[in-house]
Every structure is written in structure tokens, then in C-alpha cells.
Design a protein around this ligand. Structure first.
Ligand SMILES: [Zn+2]
Ligand SMILES: [Zn+2]
Length: 363
């Protein structure tokens, strides 16, 4: 079978690899859609601390497909079941795991980092991931492409859940990439009074407007702080979410807040870790500053249900589909900042909503 193998940072090749075999509790999933995340781009460029130099790895952790084989001990999943797989598999024994935070486990394993991920024809889901609840059946009517996007959507959900967004809130989202767009959808779903989104480029703001953003701010032409004051009677925003990896954006974020405002530093900063922060403002305005990373399997399940019930439509975020052989073009597209999500398709139409029960080649 074909797989996009990262041999070392910058060296990614689509090549023939041995088809995985399943034993015990393992599942074999034929990948129908795998979207590219900023994390994939970062690992492609810079590697990952969990990845030894020279250790080959298949990236991709936003993935959906059909079960084509199940180990003899598997229950609940059969050949033909349409599934998605959540990336972070907790150890199941630590305090974080015991409290349901598989995304915060210090000894996590992850698809696309320490386990081969979705940019290949067949994905082996090891039994421990099946047992720890990382495999979900896709609701009827949800396409593979949309199902793959539930993963990043659930990370945004996890961030907003902590902020308790409600109908009284003016929500500011800085950045209108895919993460900003998911936050727009969630802010509207939570009933926010107004969702204001800012971005440098216009095309992504236009999509944010189509997704329901009430105010779109092009920061090249407009001053975000001024627009926020205008729309809040000078009070400031109740909620701010940073959805772009930019120290300046982070530094400005707290200044946009009203008294008792809440903030989530959603996008990480990479190497530039520190920003100047007026802690007096935090003190006197009673601000709440939060951060989240990833999502729990619980939040993922909630999001899959929201999408299955058509209360959130993620399909407008699928902007380009690439065959596996063209993965370099897909990575270029994803890093270009054009469009929204790049989807890699290994088999059939990623927009399909029914499984293709034909056995995988050679099986
Ligand atoms: Zn991701
Ligand atoms: Zn753990």
C-alpha cells in the first residue's frame, strides 16, 4: 500500500510500505479523508520531541475512514463501520486520564506523532487506542471530509467551553483561518450577542462572514481595538480568543477585554513564548486568562453529535482535496494561508456519506 512517510524534517516521500496486520483489539481503517493541520506542517518542518531523528513516521491526525478489518477481540466495530479516530491516546492510569483529560496525559501516544497517522491508505488503530475510547462511529449523513474536521473543531469547542460563552457576550476572535472559522461557528452556536473576527487577508474574512461572523475586521485597514470599542459602547469585549500564532496579537488580546472579560490563548506561540502583559489590568479589571490544547474524547463526542445533528456545518471549511500522491502540493497549499482546510484523500470521494464495503486491495 501507499503511505506518505516523513523520514526526517523536510523529507517526506510517498512510497510503498507493508500493509499492516491486525491482532487482538486492533482495527484496520481504510482512510477516506485526512486533513492537514498546522501541527503536521510544524512536524514536517521542525520534527517533534516525541520523534527520534531518522525515525520514519506517517503524519496526519484528523482522519476518517472505513473499518476493513477488526482483530478477533474487537467488539462494536465491524468491516464497513465508518469511523473517526481521535489523536491523543492517554495512558489510562495518570491523574489527567482518570479525570477524563486524555489530551493532557504526560505519557500520551498520538497518531501522526508516535503512532503512524492518516496520510496513508490503511491506518492500523492499535488495540490500546480502541480500548481507551479513541474510535468513534461517524453519524449518518456526515461525510468523511467533515468527520475529519471534527477533531480541530472539538479543540475549539474545548476552548470555548472553558470560557462559558453565552448570549450576553461580545466575542472577539483574532485570526480567520480554519481555527478562527471554527470559533465563529461555535460562538454563534453558543448564542453570542456579537462575534467579531479579525484577520490580515480579506478572503478568509469573507468566509467567516458567510459562517455567521457579525463584524469582520481587516487589520491592515482597521484598528481592531477601535472597532471593538465601537461595538461595545467603549466597554471592551467579554471574550477574546487568539486564533493566530502571533506574539503581537497575544500581547494585544487582554487589552481588548471589558471588566470581567475572559480570554483564551488558543493558538500556541512556538519558539516565541513570552509576551508583555499588564498584570495590573488583569488585577483591576478582574480578567480571566485561560488556555487550552487539544480536546478530550468527551468533547470530541459532543462535537461529533453537533455535526451529526446538523447543528454545525463544517463542510464549507473543506476547500481543497488532494490525492495522496500529491501530498507535497497539499502541504504547500496548507502553508500558503489560502483557502481553508486541505484534505488528503486516499480512497474514493471524501465527500461520500456511505461506506464502500469493497475489500482493500490484496485482502
Ligand atoms: Zn490538528
Ligand atoms: Zn495518562
Amino acid at each position: 500500500m501507499r503511505a506518505a512517510v516523513l523520514h526526517r524534517p523536510g523529507e517526506l516521500a510517498v512510497e510503498d510500505v507493508a500493509e499492516p496486520t491486525v491482532v487482538g483489539d486492533d482495527l484496520l481503517v481504510r482512510v477516506r479523508a485526512a486533513s492537514i493541520c498546522g501541527t503536521d506542517l510544524r512536524i514536517f518542518k521542525h520534527g517533534h520531541f516525541k520523534l527520534r531523528d531518522g525515525q520514519p513516521r506517517v503524519l496526519g491526525h484528523e482522519v476518517a475512514g472505513d473499518v476493513v478489518a477488526a482483530g478477533p477481540r474487537v467488539t462494536g466495530f465491524h468491516p464497513g463501520t465508518r469511523v473517526t479516530v481521535t489523536p491523543n491516546v492517554g495512558c489510562g492510569r495518570c491523574d489527567m486520564c482518570r479525570h477524563g483529560y486524555n489530551n493532557m496525559c504526560p505519557d500520551y501516544e498520538a497518531f501522526g506523532i508516535s503512532i503512524d497517522g492518516g496520510f496513508q491508505e490503511l491506518l492500523r488503530v492499535p488495540g490500546f487506542a480502541v480500548q481507551r475510547g479513541n474510535v468513534f462511529a461517524i453519524p449518518d449523513g456526515v461525510s468523511y471530509a467533515e468527520a475529519a474536521l471534527v477533531e480541530p473543531f472539538s479543540c475549539c469547542y474545548s476552548g470555548q467551553r472553558g470560557l462559558r460563552v453565552g448570549p450576553e457576550d461580545v466575542v472577539v476572535i483574532t485570526g480567520a483561518g480554519p481555527i478562527g472559522a471554527f470559533h465563529v461557528l461555535l460562538g454563534k452556536l453558543a448564542g453570542a450577542r456579537k462575534v467579531i473576527v479579525s484577520n490580515r487577508g480579506r478572503p478568509r474574512l469573507d468566509l467567516a462572514a458567510r459562517l455567521g461572523a457579525d463584524v469582520c475586521v481587516g487589520v491592515r485597514e482597521q484598528d481592531l481595538a477601535e472597532v471593538v470599542r465601537e461595538h461595545t459602547g467603549g466597554r471592551g469585549a467579554d471574550v477574546v480568543i487568539t486564533a493566530v500564532s502571533d506574539p503581537q496579537v497575544q500581547a494585544q488580546a487582554a487589552e481588548l477585554l471589558a471588566p470581567h472579560g475572559r480570554l483564551n490563548y488558543f493558538a500556541g506561540l512556538g519558539a516565541a513564548r513570552t509576551i508583555p502583559l499588564d498584570t495590573n489590568a488583569v488585577h483591576y479589571k478582574g480578567l480571566t486568562l485561560t488556555g487550552t490544547t487539544g480536546s478530550t474524547n468527551g468533547d470530541y463526542g459532543r462535537c461529533l453529535r453537533l455535526v451529526g445533528e446538523r447543528r454545525a456545518d463544517l463542510s464549507p471549511l473543506v476547500s481543497e482535496v488532494f490525492p495522496l500522491e500529491k501530498i507535497h502540493d497539499a502541504f504547500d497549499y496548507a502553508s500558503s494561508g489560502a483557502g481553508m482546510k486541505a484534505m488528503v484523500a486516499c480512497h474514493g470521494d471524501p465527500h461520500a456519506t456511505t461506506s464502500d464495503p469493497a475489500p482493500a486491495e490484496g485482502r
